[in-house]
Design a protein around this ligand. Structure first.
Ligand code: CU
Length: 333
């Protein structure tokens, strides 16, 4: 690829911003020096903020486990955790269960004692409370006329200690959730939906008990899609599409990002995007589903209800929901 610093005026301006220190990079001072000598030393020193959150890992009915922001509020998936590039998130995880468990993030920086893995003795024993520190960084100019990427992205977190050294039992039972690292200036959504394709389930549920997400026509909706388990999946959303880049939006009329409505969603991977609900197609009941045919037939399908702009139900919506809830699935392969 071309050096973005040379091929894009936008990146040139970003680089010049960095030299003035406007783009402050918080926690990257401790990053591995092997990535190269930064061109802008002083700009990297300025501090991001530290956010603190307490999470409670709890046992749920049906053999499930979840993370929650308060006692008794654990969900599958867990809450969406968010931070801005350059900031630090300190997570105090309270383990209310009698199982070994942890929280392990994707996409951010952490030291071995926040790894969440038994390998590094980084987990909560039964009933134990432990604090994990996740750092993030902004893009910066590196040696060789390169830019090191920042942390911004649609990531996720999950248990890495229950059952096996990889948290296989914890993940299987619902200990997972979305992590969003935003770049300053990113557009914030009005609604967020986390969709986890996990073995033959969506958020550990099968149709017709999968989540029905709702929005009013024109609302800005953010989808965060995450893969877990042992199967290959593809995420498809009816009647909406997005750009296959960091935000899902085109950054201008010549943005070369491919526009898609279907994307691989394999174990450990994640992506996100924003759509305006029903834009160009109107309100109605739209499906989201795995596009592996025996997975959608087997129950990996849910509904995206786009109501009228005033929140009322569009014609045909009740009937469609009724059809969905009444239908049966073949569970064969
Ligand atoms: Cu699938």
């Amino acid at each position: 690829m071309d050096d973005p610093a040379l091929s894009s005026p936008r990146h040139l301006s970003r680089r010049s911003l960095m030299t003035t220190g406007v783009l402050a990079a918080g926690a990257m001072g401790v990053a591995a020096p092997a990535v190269g000598t930064p061109l802008t030393g002083p700009a990297r020193a300025s501090a991001g903020v530290t956010k603190r959150v307490t999470l409670y890992a709890e046992q749920l009915p049906g053999g499930l486990y979840g993370y929650g922001l308060a006692p008794g509020q654990a969900t599958v998936p867990g809450p969406v955790l968010e931070m801005y590039e350059g900031d630090t998130l300190e997570i105090t995880l309270v383990n209310t269960t009698n199982q070994r468990l942890s929280i392990h993030p994707h996409g951010v920086d952490y030291s071995t004692d926040s790894d969440g893995s038994p390998l590094n003795a980084s987990y909560n024993g039964p009933g134990e409370t432990r604090t994990y520190v996740w750092r993030s960084r902004e893009m910066f100019a590196a040696s060789g006329r390169r830019f090191m990427p920042g942390s911004a992205g649609y990531w996720h977190y999950h248990d890495h200690a229950m059952g096996t050294d990889h948290g296989t039992a914890g993940v299987a039972k619902g200990l997972y959730g979305a992590l969003i690292v935003r770049r300053r200036g990113d557009i914030l959504p009005e609604k967020q939906f986390t969709v986890v394709f996990h073995d033959m389930t969506i958020n550990n549920r099968m149709a017709p008990d999968t989540p029905m997400f709702e929005a009013n026509l024109g609302q800005r909706v953010e989808w965060i899609a995450i893969g877990h388990g042992n199967l290959f999946h593809t995420f498809h959303l009816h009647a909406h599409r997005w750009a296959d880049n960091r935000t899902g939006m085109l950054e201008g009329p010549s943005d070369p990002s491919q526009v898609i409505d279907n994307k691989d969603l394999n174990p450990g991977s994640s992506f996100g995007f924003q759509v305006l609900a029903g834009e160009g197609v109107g309100p109605g009941v739209w499906m989201y589903h795995c596009h592996v045919q025996n997975h959608s037939d087997g129950g990996m399908v849910g509904l995206f209800l786009v109501r009228n702009a005033d929140g009322s139900m569009p014609p045909g919506a009740e009937e469609a929901i009724h059809r969905f809830r009444g239908h049966t699935h073949q569970h064969g392969r």
